[in-house]
Design a protein around this ligand. Structure first.
Ligand SMILES: C[S@@+](CC[C@H](N)C(=O)[O-])C[C@H]1O[C@@H](n2cnc3c(N)ncnc32)[C@H](O)[C@@H]1O
Length: 285
């Protein structure tokens, strides 16, 4: 009994001291998220009940681990294993790219192309967490989506998200685009492929280069490997009036446009991101 009381006291002292110390090590808003995860309660409950919270030594250890990871520039989403994208919260970990807000342009544009009750087939190439695939599938209940990824670990994350989000009209295949032999043709192909030049990866911010899988980033010597390969493969995968929506790097507009036009595609639209950068190219076959 005495021991338990001592431990509680210790925990309370630790966290109030910790709160002060942690406050210097990470912003209070983020600290609240970490505490919420450790205690399995909401961030609001943390905010309003902070003074009452008791922490076991194990919980304090976990909190310390989160803060240390934050200090080493691991993204908060990866520490918490969750990331908001479009209308859902996705499980993310070291095996997948942290979904980016600019990728939501692909969902926005898909909502302009198809009616909500329309039935169509679509393919997401390099699905990662499944954020594009599952967001489109959720928006269009009658659509049928396939997401492919060469990474077995990424495909497992996408599958977990499919089940967690209860999406039935999407399937995930662990296959590279060069080995994917689709059984049908698609009305829409979407992709946010790896597009960073190999030599640029080591100059990226720590939170990207140390925590996003390099397989998700590395676009080869000129950053254009994926586009070159996809421009050769996708004409056979699209229905005659099919469209392709491709995310590109900030300086890749001319190159990607030329690559796809040289394979007979027509550039139908260019979609800008929040910084007015040409971010998503829309081609027709
Ligand atoms: C930039 S990430 C995009 C992930 C997700 N679609 C998103 O937007 O957040 C690119 C994805 O392509 C996958 N990938 C890389 N090479 C591939 C290949 N040859 N075939 C299929 N997928 C590939 C990577 O594993 C990674 O998950």
């Amino acid at each position: 009994m005495m021991e338990k009381a001592k431990q509680m006291k210790h925990s309370k002292t630790e966290i109030s001291r910790g709160n002060r110390d942690y406050g210097c090590r990470c912003p209070s808003k983020i600290l609240r998220l970490f505490i919420a995860k450790v205690k399995n309660i909401s961030a609001d409950e943390v905010m309003f009940g902070m003074d009452e919270l008791q922490f076991s030594p194990t919980e304090l250890e976990q909190l310390e681990d989160f803060i240390a990871r934050y200090e080493s520039h691991e993204p908060v989403s990866k520490i918490l294993n969750r990331r908001e994208f479009w209308n859902s919260e996705f499980f993310v970990n070291a095996d997948v790219l942290d979904p980016r807000p600019e990728t939501e342009i692909i969902i926005e544009r898909t909502l302009e192309i198809f009616a909500k009750d329309q039935a169509f087939d679509f393919l997401d190439i390099g699905t990662g967490s499944g954020c594009i695939l599952l967001s489109i599938a959720k928006e269009f209940p009658k659509s049928r989506g396939i997401g492919i990824d060469i990474s077995e670990k990424a495909a497992k994350v996408a599958l977990k998200n499919k089940f967690d989000l209860c999406v039935e009209n999407a399937e995930i295949k662990n296959v590279g685009w060069d080995n994917f032999g689709p059984q049908k043709k698609f009305d829409l192909i979407v992709s946010n492929p790896p597009y960073i030049k190999t030599s640029d990866i080591f100059g990226l911010d720590d939170n990207v280069k140390n925590f996003d899988p390099h397989l998700a980033l590395d676009g080869g010597r000129d950053g254009l490997d994926a586009y070159t390969q996809l421009s050769e493969l996708t004409p056979n995968w699209l229905k005659p009036d099919g469209k392709i929506l491709l995310e590109i790097g900030f300086d890749q507009y001319d190159d990607v446009k030329n690559i796809f036009e040289s394979k007979g595609f027509s550039l139908a639209n260019v979609h800008l991101d929040f910084q007015k950068i040409r971010r998503v190219l829309e081609f027709t076959a």
